[in-house]
Ligand binder design. Structure first.
Ligand SMILES: Nc1ncnc2c1ncn2[C@@H]1O[C@H](COP(=O)(O)OP(=O)(O)O)[C@@H](O)[C@H]1O
Ligand SMILES: [Mg+2]
Length: 255
């Protein structure tokens, strides 16, 4: 579990995050949702340690990462898998080479052991047979799956994904969402996913934090979201054309 407490973050004189506290549970897909510019990426980067908030605590199963020394941070990093915007694969490495990379970097295992683990992860994301291909030779959805295989190579306890579906078509997005959700349950990972995709929200949102203009404005499950009486959340949810129709339908049914 990751617990964040009273996170404030500013850039020069502009405050972007306002006193955010939340819990993200193990074995669950925790979603951070909100409009573009609401602060999702800054929040995720603050949790991972790519940005430093001015105040607060970030507790990884009780360990406050903001109070850690360099060596402790390095140890914690090994427990973290990351999937940031764009697949960010190494173009000059094969699919297999990309997944082997973190294993060679962070373990003392032999090349053969690393290769075996990488092949297992590629199989887990249904990419058997693509080992020798280069990123430029595979589709965007496949690249994303390679990035997921790489993110889970070190068996992370925590997995962070920033807009994992950006640039993917709806059908491929569904495959990626289901893969992330399955992996989370299978390996009991504390997964945090940033998204503004309502399909993802309703599909895999077990625990949802809604950020509005840098404030935590709502928290709940996908079942609760269409019945919330939070005006800002409603604006966000029903900004998607399909959901506008749903809203009209619910109103016409007196719900
Ligand atoms: N490095 C930065 N320097 C200054 N402002 C930033 C920086 N990163 C993000 N911001 C600002 O913080 C706000 C939130 O951005 P972001 O977290 O990227 O939103 P989201 O991910 O929800 O689309 C925006 O107003 C953005 O301009
Ligand atoms: Mg973002």
């Amino acid at each position: 579990m990751i617990e964040i407490k009273n996170i404030n973050k500013s850039f020069e004189d502009k405050q972007v995050l306002f006193d955010i506290s939340a819990e993200f549970h193990a074995g669950k897909t925790n979603l951070i949702i909100g409009q573009s510019g609401s602060g999702k990426t800054v929040l995720l980067k603050s949790i991972v340690g790519l940005m430093t908030p001015e105040t607060g605590q970030i507790l990884y199963d009780g360990r406050n990462s903001l109070a850690m020394n360099v060596r402790q941070i390095k140890e914690l990093r090994k427990e973290i898998g990351m999937l940031f915007q764009g697949a960010a694969l190494f173009d000059s490495e094969t699919v297999l080479g990309n997944v082997i990379f973190p294993l060679r970097m962070h373990t003392k295992d032999s090349y053969q052991q690393c290769k075996k683990r990488a092949e297992f992860c590629l199989e887990r994301v249904n990419l058997r047979g693509a080992d020798k291909l280069y990123p430029s030779e595979i589709s965007g959805g496949m690249q994303k799956r390679v990035a997921i295989a790489r993110a889970i190579a070190l068996n992370p306890k925590y997995l962070f994904c920033d807009e994992p579906n950006s640039g993917l078509d709806p059908k491929t997005s569904l495959v990626i969402d289901e893969l992330l959700s399955d992996i989370t349950h299978e390996y009991n990972i504390t997964t945090i996913i940033n998204t503004h995709d309502m399909n993802s929200v309703l599909g895999i949102g077990e625990h949802i934090i809604f950020i509005n203009k840098g404030h935590k404005a709502w928290e709940g499950t996908s079942q609760m979201i269409t019945h919330s009486d939070n005006k800002d959340l409603e604006d966000f949810v029903f900004a998607t054309p399909l959901f506008k129709d749903v809203k009209g339908y619910l109103a016409s049914q007196g719900k």
